[in-house]
Design a protein around this ligand. Structure first.
Ligand SMILES: NC(=O)c1ccc[n+]([C@@H]2O[C@H](COP(=O)([O-])OP(=O)(O)OC[C@H]3O[C@@H](n4cnc5c(N)ncnc54)[C@H](O)[C@@H]3O)[C@@H](O)[C@H]2O)c1
Ligand SMILES: O=C(O)[C@H](O)COP(=O)(O)O
Length: 527
């Protein structure tokens, strides 16, 4: 049974599938302090959060069973990603579900700041009928500058066009072509600062975007510009904004987010008549909350059940077309890694992976992760595909990936070589249509083995009688042989024998086997 802890207010309807799952128990405990969370997190396999819970290294350290942290929303700045990656905890988010909600709040904020709706409301309900103070501006024919043209920024642009605005955009990934298709003029941040009547930011908070709108930008802005931030506190320099308002450069600002949340009671935004604020409500619609909770629940279930998943924040995304090519090889790759890992004596210094055939056409990095995981899992229980590369790097393991467009004998061939101080061992495998996973080469010997169950790998001299002696010894010890493969390069040279056996061979039997004449080496491998 998997245990999932929901530590922020997340839509009940959205997490219905977790509640309904027969293999999952969901606990809801919101508003916990870090130490309270640390005290209970050890019981849970998954943690579901929004932006309130700060998922710190200490929490992850205490979460010994934790496999996944699910963020029901976009921003993961409340989660220590490095700590998660180190521990092999998958962090997933729900990047699509709240795009429209946040875009619509941005528009509501833009219109509110253009017409001073909150200020007018406040006066009206206090009994004052003030029609003179609240003369606003129209959006039509105004210039809107959008910094960050991702999901939300692009939706804002679409709506702004319908309102008759001229839209300028900046995003390091925005091409001339895409901008043109959206009817957006591609500009630099400073060009936007100098030309826009309204500026809205839709980037994550990164070292690069921190204060991307600061003193230098306010100094070149048109008088009367209005600033909106429904992304992250800190993208716009808060103090520089207040100065720019005091200097009459900025006519108004609308902020949903703050550098420090909640803001201190004396925060300069809270009593400024030209600044309107909301308490981080961008994603707070019924629809968005259901969407993000559904998305994140689905992914958490996949991860807990060891099924393929998308949206992992601490692993690079794999495009669907690449995934469809690689996915069938994930299990084989891991088995090859485990097999060759068990074979190799001495500390491994290098892993050489060779992809031949169709596989060489795509980015095979996700498959390499599975192979490296397989190699490491023989010794490191906590390794998984999230932290496999990190663990390898920590151990100064050199990973070399080679590709060949064709394989002599198979449509696809994955070959894994481990180099240790003492030796170099290779295992290669393929997926055979109708037969599934096969190991087709061990070192220089061609073989044909289904990589599963208990196996014995025996290196021996190619001499008459050996197979019989091995069979007799195993039979005498009640170890039943299910199948046997012998591979050799030349008659009378060295050879390899691979036996599938119905149960693990006891240690004494392995030792006895090792004593047989002409038998060079015995390895038990269970996959
Ligand atoms: N207020 C809220 O409740 C709320 C809700 C949802 C999202 N958000 C925040 O809004 C932001 C955007 O969300 P999204 O879903 O559109 O994300 P997204 O990833 O689709 O878009 C972000 C864009 O920012 C761009 N970017 C990164 N660095 C940049 C830079 N230096 N200059 C310009 N552009 C840069 C990226 O290229 C990307 O296109 C996120 O930070 C998210 O956390 C806030
Ligand atoms: O990054 C996000 O998705 C938004 O900031 C929403 O955060 P919330 O889930 O805490 O409302």
């Amino acid at each position: 049974m998997y245990k999932v802890l929901v530590s922020d207010p997340i839509s009940d309807l959205g997490i219905q599938q977790l509640n309904d799952a027969v293999d999952v128990i969901v606990d809801k405990k919101t508003g916990l302090k870090e130490d309270e969370l640390i005290a209970i997190i050890g019981d849970y396999d998954a943690l579901l959060v929004r932006s309130q819970t700060k998922v710190t290294e200490r929490i992850m350290e205490a979460g010994k069973k934790l496999k996944v942290v699910g963020r029901a929303g976009v921003g993961v700045d409340n989660i220590d990603l490095e700590a998660a990656t180190k521990r092999g905890i998958v962090v997933i988010n729900a990047p699509d579900g709240n795009t429209i909600a946040t875009c619509e709040l941005t528009f509501a904020m833009m219109m509110s700041v253009a017409r001073q709706i909150p200020q007018a409301y406040k006066k009206t309900v206090s009994g004052e009928w003030d029609r003179k103070t609240f003369v606003g501006v129209e959006l039509r024919a105004k210039v809107l500058g959008i910094i960050g043209m991702g999901r939300i920024g692009s939706e804002v642009a679409k709506r702004a066009k319908v309102f008759g605005m001229e839209v300028l955009g900046y995003d390091p990934f925005l091409t001339e072509d895409r901008a043109e298709k959206m009817g957006v003029k591609l500009c630099t941040v400073n060009e936007i600062a100098a030309q826009a009547d309204f500026i809205t930011v839709h980037t994550p908070l990164t070292p690069e975007t921190r204060h991307i709108i600061g003193k230098a930008q306010f100094n070149i802005m048109k008088k009367g510009v209005r600033i909106i931030n429904c992304a992250r506190g800190g993208i716009v320099d808060e103090l520089a904004l207040v100065d720019a308002i005091n200097q009459g450069i900025v006519a108004g600002a609308a902020f949903d987010v703050f550098e420090e949340e909640p803001p201190a009671a004396d925060h300069p935004f809270l009593n400024n008549p030209n600044i309107i604020v909301t308490p981080h409500l961008g994603a707070s619609t019924i629809e968005a909350q259901e969407n993000v909770a559904i998305d994140v629940s689905e992914e958490v279930l996949h991860i807990l059940r060891n099924e393929p998943f998308k949206n992992a924040v601490n692993m690079p995304p794999v495009p669907a077309n690449v995934l469809s090519v690689l996915q069938p090889y994930f299990q084989l790759g891991e088995k090859l890694g485990r097999f060759v890992g068990k074979l190799t004596e001495g500390a491994v210094q290098e892993i050489i992976v060779n992809y031949a055939g169709d596989l060489s056409d795509v980015d095979t990095t996700p498959l390499t992760r599975h192979i490296v995981k397989g190699v490491l899992i023989n010794h490191l229980e906590e390794v998984n595909i999230v932290n496999a590369m990190h663990m390898a790097k920590l151990r100064e393991l050199n990973i070399v990936v080679q590709k060949a467009t064709t394989s002599k004998t198979f449509t696809n061939l994955v070959s894994v070589t481990l180099k240790s101080k003492n030796e170099e061992r290779t295992v290669a495998g393929t997926l055979l249509s109708g037969y599934g996973e096969r190991i087709v080469q061990i070192d220089q010997y061609p073989v044909d083995i289904a990589p599963e169950g208990n196996m014995l790998l025996i290196s021996h001299s190619d001499k008459p009688g050996i197979i019989g002696r091995v069979g007799t010894l195993l039979g005498n010890n009640q170890v039943n042989i299910a199948s046997m493969q012998v591979g050799r390069k030349v008659i009378g040279g060295s050879a390899v024998m691979v036996l599938s056996i119905d149960k693990e061979a006891p240690r004494e039997v392995l030792e006895e086997l090792g004593q047989l004449t002409d038998l060079l080496h015995v390895k038990a491998i269970s996959l």
